[in-house]
Structures are given as structure tokens and as C-alpha cells.
Ligand binder design. Structure first.
Ligand SMILES: Cc1ncc(COP(=O)(O)O)c(C=O)c1O
Length: 473
């Protein structure tokens, strides 16, 4: 509980200081009140004030000067406004997005393309040296590298995953965990375990298009809820839906959702888990982005409030280590047996070599050190992209301000059709993900998702200028 209130306190203190800078009360070069003074003024602890200042320093708003204190380093946020809470039409829909997705990503992977569509990490963001070292160690040892990993998967890897899950507030034992082929397989298995064709699954709106594709492939219906780009789904709307519809499961990304980037406050996560538990509805939590928080500690997962196994917790190392190992996992709670069975009949076993490499890397490769670097890197890339959007995109553009992940959700004036313009952009050598593929309702025609973790700053600015000119036409 202390952690819940502390994290909200430092965030709100940091926001207040940013508002003072943006509003002109603190100008470039001004000295910011000392940590001691602000903690007394705002009635927060010294450590909360210090935490807020470190976040602001990481974000480039203020800088520490030795022996002197903190000073304002920049005053222009160069940030367009944030989008409003989304308003998807009520009711459930059958899903048919696969053709749209194929159309949108057609030729997007050509090598000359500036790739801002799929959120695929750049090779230079992988911990290459450490992974090579782990590969050498595993091959030198040689034990079990060519065999099957039956059942829940390689035990030392599950031990590492269980230990790391503590940072998300989850107390898991290795026996709670099943290793999967990426988070995609984990989601697939969970949906198959808790639903049957024709069932309704509650989602954020917009949501990750691959989730929609899985739902489509399983013959499920999607019910999308109003979603705020800072706090996530409206829990009041969820309450209403649970009263009036027949819902089989909820599939949400409470920490740094793709594509909106929001992070549900801890209190909302608690209310969400309680509300679903009361109605015996499973929550499939996709936490693939949770470790990418820009703050020095990552948010707790909704799974951390789950006392009796109603949350099926899915994640992977695709966004934080490297996607090519295809190492994901699921802690399926009370659906452990079903998920293990479905894993067995769908792929028999995981590839044993990647499991051993990841286990060795997690144990000895400095994962937390790598995460600290990755967070700073992604935050800088994202801030830079937001500034480019402000500079080049048409008047009236809104963009999310996520505190983790590497994607931005951009809403353009209503007359811009990003699906139609997708091919024009590809001809200009730039790919993006059009908004329409993120909803079963085909809404969001004037929106797009931009992946901003990959390119040099110059490339990003050039691409944003080109896109801005295209959208302005
Ligand atoms: C929210 C979300 N879940 C799952 C995935 C897929 O993860 P994996 O590559 O581990 O299958 C992604 C990839 O972008 C994602 O954004």
C-alpha cells in the first residue's frame, strides 16, 4: 500500500513541477526549490521529492549542478496535446482485421524503408555482447542443448523468471510458470483455455492488432471499452458491461499498453482484479512492456493483486532482450493444467537452446543493468519523436505522452485517412501502423501508431517531416 501511494506522490509532484515550467513560473536557468524545501512545502518525504527530481532530470527538464542544486534545463515541452479518452461504439463485434493488417504492412519490411510501423527492436538495442557470452557458456557446458524441454519448460529459466517477477510485485514459484514461444503463444494458449468460439472478450480500445488477429482466428467477439491514454480502461464502463453482457474474459495490457502507452494506476489495477474476481471472470494480463518503464522502478502488475489465480499473466523478453529467442512465459493461475496441455498439443516443447541462453543471461548477464540503459534510450527516442511531431504534423494533432514502451499513438485532424495514405507513405520510404488495424470497429481512421525506438535522430526527424507534409496535404 505504501508503495502505491509513494509512486503516485512522486509522479504528481513531478507533474506539478512540469506544469510550473510550462506555465512560466519556473524559467530556463531558474533554480528549482531544494529537495528539502519542496518536501516540506508539498508535504512529501525527502525520498519522494528526490525521486520526482530524478525523473525530471531523466526527462531533461532539470539538471543537477554540483554543490548548488537543481536548475531548469528546458522550458518548451514541444509536446502536442494528448488525445482524449477513446469512445468505441458499445457492444461486441466479430473481428476481421487480418486483411487490413496484411494491406497495411505489405512491403513495409523492405530494407530501404524507415520502419516506424512494427515495434521491432533495433539490433543495437539488444545486449549483444552479453548474449554472445551466454551462448559461449551454454555451448561449452553443452548439457541438454539438443533435447526436448517437456512440460512447463527449462527449470533454471523458470527460476529466473520467478525471481524477476518480484520487481512487478508478483510472488511466483517456478512451478507457477510455463515457458512459451513468445508472449504471442502465451496469449493464444490463455484465450484457448478460458474461452470457446463465439464468446466475448473485453479489450482496451485501441488495442494491439495481433491480439485482434488471435481473437479473429479463435472465432471470438471483441468488446472494446473507452480507454484513457494515461490511465487505461474506464472501470465504470467495465462495471456496466459486466452487469449487462456475457463476458468470458478480459484481455488487457495494464502497464504501457500497445498502442496507447498508458499505465493503469495501482489503485485501478486493484479495483480491476477485485471486480473481475467477484464475477469469476479471468483476466489475461499482457505485461510485455512492463519492464520498459522510464522511471527507475517498474509498475506493479495486476497479477500482484491476484490472491487466487484469476489472472493469467503473460510476458516475454522480446521487447527487453531480443525477440529472436522467442522466449515468453505465462503464469496461468487456476488454468495451469489446461494451458500446459494446450502447450503440449500445439508445440510439444520449447526450443531448448534459447531457453538455456536466456537463463544464463538472466543469471549472469546483467539484465537489470541493460534495462536501465534501454529505458533511458527509449525515453530519449520517444521525446525526440514527440518534438518532431509537434514541429511537422498538422495543427490539431494530438499525441500520447507515455512513461514507458517505444510507441506513440498519434491522432490527426478528422479528415486525414491514415489507412489510405499508408501506401503513399510506403512509396516515400516510410512505414507506420494505421489506426484502423487497432480496433475491431475499424475506428481510428485518422490515427496512427509510430514506433520510435529504431532510427538515428536525423532519420526520425526526416521521416516525421515527410509524414507531416503528407498528412497536411
Ligand atoms: C502488447 C504486446 N503483446 C505481445 C507482443 C508480442 O510479443 P512476442 O514477440 O513475445 O510474441 C507484442 C509485440 O509487439 C506486444 O506489443
Amino acid at each position: 500500500m505504501t508503495q502505491v501511494s509513494d509512486s503516485r506522490l512522486y509522479e504528481s509532484l513531478a507533474t506539478r513541477i512540469v506544469e510550473m515550467i510550462e506555465g512560466g513560473a519556473l524559467r530556463l536557468g531558474d533554480k528549482v526549490p531544494s529537495v528539502r524545501k519542496i518536501s516540506a512545502q508539498q508535504n512529501v518525504s525527502i525520498s519522494t521529492a528526490l525521486h520526482a527530481y530524478r525523473v525530471l532530470e531523466n526527462q531533461g527538464w532539470i539538471e543537477a549542478r554540483p554543490q548548488s542544486g537543481y536548475y531548469v534545463r528546458r522550458t518548451t515541452p514541444a509536446r502536442p496535446p494528448e488525445p482524449q479518452t477513446t469512445q468505441p461504439p458499445p457492444g461486441s463485434n466479430s473481428v476481421a482485421v487480418s486483411d487490413l493488417i496484411r494491406q497495411a504492412f505489405h512491403s513495409a519490411s523492405l530494407s530501404h524503408m524507415i520502419q516506424m510501423g512494427a515495434a521491432i527492436g533495433a539490433p543495437e538495442t539488444f545486449p549483444d555482447k552479453q548474449l554472445r557470452r551466454a551462448i559461449s557458456t551454454v555451448m561449452r557446458d553443452g548439457e541438454g542443448v539438443h533435447g526436448y524441454d517437456f512440460g512447463a519448460g527449462y527449470l533454471p529459466l523458470r527460476v529466473q523468471i520467478a525471481q524477476h517477477a518480484m520487481s512487478a510485485g508478483c510472488t511466483l514459484s517456478p512451478d507457477d510458470i510455463i515457458v512459451t514461444t513468445g508472449c504471442t503463444e502465451a496469449i493464444n494458449l490463455c484465450l484457448r483455455a478460458v474461452t470457446k468460439p463465439g464468446d466475448t472478450v473485453v479489450l482496451e480500445s485501441p488495442t494491439y492488432y495481433s491480439v485482434l488477429q488471435i481473437i479473429e482466428s479463435l472465432g471470438l467477439r471483441a468488446l472494446e471499452l473507452p480507454t484513457n491514454p494515461r490511465e487505461g480502461i474506464s472501470l465504470d464502463a467495465l462495471e456496466y458491461v459486466l452487469e449487462h453482457d456475457n463476458v468470458a474474459a478480459c484481455l488487457l495490457m495494464p502497464s504501457f499498453q500497445n498502442p496507447l502507452g498508458h499505465c493503469m494506476p495501482d489503485a485501478n489495477k486493484q479495483r480491476l482484479v477485485k471486480m473481475l474476481r467477484a464475477r469469476e471472470i479471468p483476466l489475461i494480463e499482457d505485461d510485455v512492456w512492463g519492464d520498459t518503464a522510464f522511471a527507475s522502478t517498474r509498475p506493479h502488475a495486476a497479477k500482484s493483486c491476484d490472491d487466487d489465480g484469476w489472472v493469467l499473466y503473460c510476458s516475454s523478453f522480446s521487447k527487453t532482450v531480443a525477440p529472436g529467442y522467442r522466449i515468453g512465459w505465462v503464469a496461468p493461475g487456476r488454468w495451469k493444467k489446461q494451458v500446459e496441455y494446450l502447450k503440449l498439443v500445439s508445440s510439444c516443447s520449447n526450443a531448448s537452446l534459447p531457453s538455456r541462453i536466456l537463463a544464463e543471461f538472466l543469471e549472469n548477464g546483467g539484465y537489470n543493468h541493460h534495462l536501465r540503459w534501454l529505458r533511458r534510450h527509449s525515453q530519449q527516442k520517444m521525446q525526440h519523436a514527440i518534438e518532431g511531431i509537434k514541429k511537422y504534423f498538422p495543427e490539431g494533432t494530438c499525441v500520447t505522452h507515455p512513461q514507458g514502451g517505444v510507441v506513440l499513438w498519434v491522432e490527426l485532424p478528422p479528415d486525414v485517412d491514415t489507412l489510405k495514405l499508408c501506401n503513399e507513405a510506403l512509396k516515400l520510404g516510410i512505414s507506420y501502423a494505421p489506426g484502423a488495424i487497432f480496433s475491431a470497429t475499424k475506428k481510428y481512421r485518422n490515427a496512427l501508431r509510430l514506433y520510435c525506438g529504431h532510427h538515428s535522430d536525423e532519420q526520425t526527424q526526416r521521416a516525421l517531416q515527410t509524414l507531416g507534409e503528407l498528412f497536411a496535404r
